[in-house]
Design a protein around this ligand. Structure first.
Ligand code: NAD
Length: 335
């Protein structure tokens, strides 16, 4: 299929071209993201391929329909950036990669926890500069701590298994409870109980109207003083201003995030020579107990291979009229 690939990075091209030896799709790669100003680039194509920070609003989708686009393939799991209702109304199918190495994201959440806790990023800099002092690098032992997991789907479950291996007690909140996790000792509870009893809280639920700003002033006030909060899911699950205040008050002890509320203006770009105009992230980066990565939790060889293979298979299936329903995003998934 002739497909316009938006927000392309070198690794997208590399893994797509490798996977395309099993298919015969024609890709044109655009570095720019898909948004109202760039939608015309999709003219003459059958499908568009997008990532997490492309903006597929109602207006963009209506424009895509007008220029004959029949399919949106997401090379990611989350689909909060696509107006699904508008896609349905305009008869554009939306296919995604629902599962690609959930371990990659789960392991990155653990990396954030270990780095924040044992301060290896600071130790690395100190030692390289000949400073072998270990003053103020004290950490805590994970064994015996209570970890709260919000959302125990594929990534949350993988994360639960790792933290179980560290000897943590695990509390979980999800609309659906997983028996295999309960058998492992995971204890499902209410959201408020999870907030109250957890030493570390990790977010693994999708961004929906219901989960928008799930972490806010009120929920932060219910948490243990000094709690560690990890977000590898979506930035808008968190009210950033409330996080800044809570860090200043000392209520929030550590904050590790791979995602950010306004990340579309920042992440995946080299802005090192530019003045950052986003005052919230700039303030957050001044805290010694905050660690940011720029949406790289998925970024492993296994995940990139699986993303490319599933995306190309989605295109081939659509071409043959044999959509894999498990990969299709439909209207009842947002209700
Ligand atoms: P999943 O669909 O397998 O699991 C999501 C879980 O969240 C489900 O069990 C669901 O029941 C639960 N859930 C839904 N609404 C909820 C609510 N209101 N409260 C609590 N739980 C709720 O998805 P997944 O593959 O585990 O991915 C989870 C999220 O991780 C994605 O939505 C995406 O936002 C994020 N993600 C981030 C990266 C990254 O690189 N940082 C990569 C992939 C996915």
């Amino acid at each position: 299929m002739r497909t316009a690939v938006f927000s392309t990075k070198s690794y997208d091209k590399e893994f797509f071209e490798k996977a395309n030896t099993d298919h015969a799709h024609e890709f044109v790669y655009f570095e720019s993201s898909l948004k109202d100003k760039t939608v015309q680039l999709a003219e003459g194509f059958d499908a568009v391929c997008v990532f997490v920070n492309d903006t597929l609003s109602k207006e963009v989708i209506e424009s895509l329909a007008k220029i004959g686009i029949k399919l949106i393939v997401l090379r990611c799991a989350g689909f909060n950036n696509v107006d699904i209702e508008a896609a349905c109304k305009n008869s554009i199918k939306v296919l995604r990669v629902p599962a690609y190495s959930p371990t990659s994201v789960a392991e990155h959440a653990v990396a954030l926890i270990l780095t924040l806790n044992r301060k290896t990023h600071k130790a690395y800099n100190r030692v390289r500069e000949g400073n072998f002092s270990i003053e103020r690098l004290t950490g805590f032992e994970l064994s015996g701590k209570t970890v709260g997991i919000i959302g125990t789907g594929r990534i949350g479950s993988a994360f639960a298994r790792i933290m179980n291996g560290f000897g943590c007690s695990i509390l979980a909140y999800d609309k659906h409870q997983h028996k295999t996790l309960e058998d492992m000792g995971v204890c499902y509870c209410s959201l408020n109980e999870l907030f109250k009893h957890s030493d570390i809280i990790s977010l693994h639920c999708p961004l929906t109207p219901e989960t928008h700003h799930l972490i806010n002033k009120e929920s932060l006030s219910l948490m243990k003083k000094g709690v560690m909060l990890i977000n590898t899911s979506r930035g808008k699950l968190i009210d950033t201003e409330a996080i800044i205040k809570s860090l200043k008050d000392g209520q929030l002890g550590y904050f590790g995030a791979d995602v950010y509320e306004q990340e579309e203006n920042l992440f995946f770009k080299d802005l090192s020579e530019i003045i950052i105009l986003d005052d919230k992230i700039s303030r957050l980066m001044t805290f010694p107990n905050v660690l940011f990565t720029a949406h790289q939790a998925f970024f492993t060889d296994v995940a990139l291979t699986e993303i490319a293979q599933t995306t190309l298979q989605n295109l081939s299936d659509f071409e043959k009229g044999e959509i894999n329903v498990q990969n299709q995003v439909c209207i009842d998934m947002i209700k």
